[in-house]
Design a protein around this ligand. Sequence first.
Ligand SMILES: Cc1ncc(COP(=O)(O)O)c(C=O)c1O
Length: 398
Amino acid sequence: MTAVSAPRISSRLAGIKPSPTLALGARIQRLKAEGRDIIALNGGEPDFNTPEPIIEAAKLAMDAGLTKYTPTPGAPALRAAVAEKFRRENGLSPRPEETIITVGAKQAVQNALLALIEPGDEVLLLAPFWPTYADQVRMAGGIPAIVSTEMSEGFQPDLDRLKAACTPRTKAIIINSPCNPTGAVLERPALKEIASMALTRGLWVISDEIYERLVYDGFVPQSIAALGTEIAARTVTISGASKAFAMTGWRIGYACGPLEAIQAMNLIQDQQTSGAVTFAQEGARAALALPDEEVEAMRREYDARRELMGRRLLAISGVRLQMPKGAFYHFPDFSAFLGGRAQDDFALAELLLEAGVAAIPGSCFEGPGHLRLSYACSREAITLGLDRLEAALAGLRA
Ligand SMILES: Cc1ncc(COP(=O)(O)O)c(C=O)c1O
């Protein structure tokens, strides 16, 4: 038999990187298992347990035999509850058939990209951004078009920079408010400008609002699709159970948008995962029916941790910080400490890991010079982690 060359992995994956946040998380788990003492400020998930009524609802669902497929776009009762949630909390008015339940919000973003863009299309991303967006755009055959935002401008987008990045191939913009990693919340004037640009340039808007319940300083989150029917007709609004209800492992996301887009997303999901886990959907239905106080108690605790971590960071000379308005991350700028023993934010994160505190390099989010520090961990962990960080930075200065 003549041997031919071995089959290759698809070129579709050229340039796709493993999720840096998940990779660092796995590495820290390994180091901890080897006995290393590490304060993990790298996490992207709530440290709270899923509230009991949600767990109870899923158990009851299993006992009642809800262990079979649901329709691909979700159990009708959950879709109705999600439509009601988007009406109540977001000022939108989707019919249940204009909603879809996905396997985490991550799948909703991927479905939307696969459904809405053509190979070669450009998708605007506001940096710093969650790295998954760029890789999902590439997996859909698109090209990420990165537009920077500045900490000194509260990470709000600059319209001129956005317009300058638009080309005839620009097909969509992804926005994320509150933002992972900056914690910035897009203000109404910025949303109006983005909406008006999307309308005049004929763009789709993918609005990832997964952190919408975790906002501080009295901020009321705002959905771009609520600005008017025209912008609603070209926006896919995405949220999910993972962050607000401490349900990351349940893998339930949801989205709403124009019927045509949701049907296209459904078509993709039909050939991909089918519906999300049936009893997890029942858990999500219980989550959406929880009294506000359940989420509010967690939000208040995040707020206290945000203040604690913010105060500690601001007390370190040379650290620049924009107080986050939402999500559960600080994204301070450590540029003043770079160039010597720590050449860049990757080297700084390595050095901090040696010192027993884990953070994610800002470059993973297209925010070089920064680190992402999560406050989805106990106050004790924050205090100890910041003690180590402060000592390591003092060592760098010396
Ligand atoms: C901005 C953003 N969107 C979506 C997700 C994914 O959410 P899920 O776990 O529901 O897939 C994350 C998770 O870290 C995120 O930070």
